[in-house]
Design a protein around this ligand. Structure first.
Ligand code: IPM
Ligand code: MN
Length: 359
């Protein structure tokens, strides 16, 4: 298969972790005779520095004309504590999601048997956890009207959803549940929010076409508790934009590190793959960032194009590295392995799957 992949490495550790994914995708191309072409483009703080725009036209153009986007990370501390900044790196990612119509963000969460002791949660609670979060990505409070009065003393962000926006992601989430353990949990705040009541009505209607899937509802505050009390109860979680952002960081604690969580953002015409972690500026250039979330996002990219065996080869290589404790210091403070070594190991393992890999 021939794939044109736009690479938006972005800020902080983005370039280092994305470089490992490219290494791994090249190993896949070599082993399975595919041709992957990579085109780099600017996004985020680095794009602001160079062009004044967190999502330059040229970047959007490259993304629109690629089969998929491989995204690194975004954000720079110099903007975080400056409430008056008019242009922010995050706007680049948000505009990209909106412009490419990436309305569904899929975030798988699982407890790797070999990492059980790395999580601060008890083994009895997390062992066997395997669920996926379907987070709505182009609506809700992230994209509603934002206002600040002239005196700068009153602000508002509008949370708005339409039936259509809910329906399209609900169908994808039900289909995913159907191919898994057939359970869908809608996470909302329907005891308070009108938008959440709309979500309940629309999702329960969509559910009528998926009678084989059990649908239940949880308020987000309770869901936040259940995710760490009894994560095994979940199969597919469906939720709106901001709740999904928050509970997915929380869920990453189950796996032992946020450096393991991958994601796919899917629309009708485009798809983008990115780790859920941020730009981790303190680690930039130190070769200590965990590249696995990015590498697993590359696996999701392959899966999206039907390359199941190839995606599986990456997942197996990742599991191998975890089981051999070839991990970065977020998972083992004593580890001598850096970002690049992990990428090398996983790429080599794919190429030499049959033979023993030397490290
Ligand atoms: C994420 C990130 C983004 C979000 C930020 C960087 C805008 O936290 O992908 O989870 O809030 O969606
Ligand atoms: Mn987030």
């Amino acid at each position: 298969m021939k794939l044109n992949i736009a690479v938006l490495a972005g800020d902080g550790i983005g370039p280092e972790v994305t470089a490992q994914s490219i290494k791994v995708l090249n190993a896949i191309a070599e082993t399975y005779s595919h041709s992957f072409e990579f085109r780099e483009a600017l996004v985020g703080a680095i794009a602001i520095d160079k062009t004044g725009n967190p999502l330059p036209e040229e970047t959007l153009d490259i993304c629109e004309n690629s089969d998929a986007v491989l995204f690194g990370a975004i954000g720079d501390p110099k903007y975080d504590n400056d409430p008056s900044a008019k242009v922010r790196p995050e706007q680049g990612l948000l505009r990209l999601r909106k412009s490419l119509g990436l309305f569904t963000n899929i975030r798988p969460v699982k407890a790797y048997p070999t990492l059980i002791d790395k999580s601060p949660l008890k083994e009895s609670i997390i062992s066997g956890t395997d669920f996926t979060i379907y987070r709505e990505l182009t609506g809700g409070i992230y994209f509603g009207d934002k206002k600040l009065n002239d005196a700068g003393t009153v602000a508002s962000d509008l949370c708005k959803y339409s039936e259509k926006e809910i329906e399209r992601i609900a169908h994808l989430a039900f289909k995913a549940a159907r191919s898994r353990r057939k359970k869908l949990t809608l996470v909302d705040k329907a005891n308070v929010l009108e938008t959440s009541r709309l979500w309940r009505r629309v999702v329960s209607n969509v559910g009528k076409s998926y009678e084989d899937v059990e649908l239940d509802y949880l308020f987000v505050d309770n869901a936040a508790m259940q995710i760490i009390l009894n994560p095994k109860q979940f199969d597919v979680i469906l939720t709106e934009n901001m709740f999904g952002d928050i509970i997915s960081d929380e869920a990453s604690v189950i796996g032992g590190s946020i450096g393991l969580l991958a994601s796919a953002s899917i629309g009708n015409e485009n798809a983008l793959f990115e780790p859920i972690h941020g730009s981790y500026p303190q680690a930039k250039g130190k070769d200590i960032a965990n590249p696995i979330a990015s590498i697993l996002s590359a696996a999701m990219l392959l899966e999206h194009f039907g390359l199941k065996e190839e995606a599986q080869a990456i997942n197996e290589a990742v599991e191998k590295s975890l089981s051999l404790n070839i991990v970065t210091t977020d998972l083992d403070p004593e580890s001598a392995f850096g970002t690049q070594k992990i990428g090398d190991f996983i790429a080599d393992y794919i190429v030499n799957a049959e033979d023993e890999v030397c490290i």
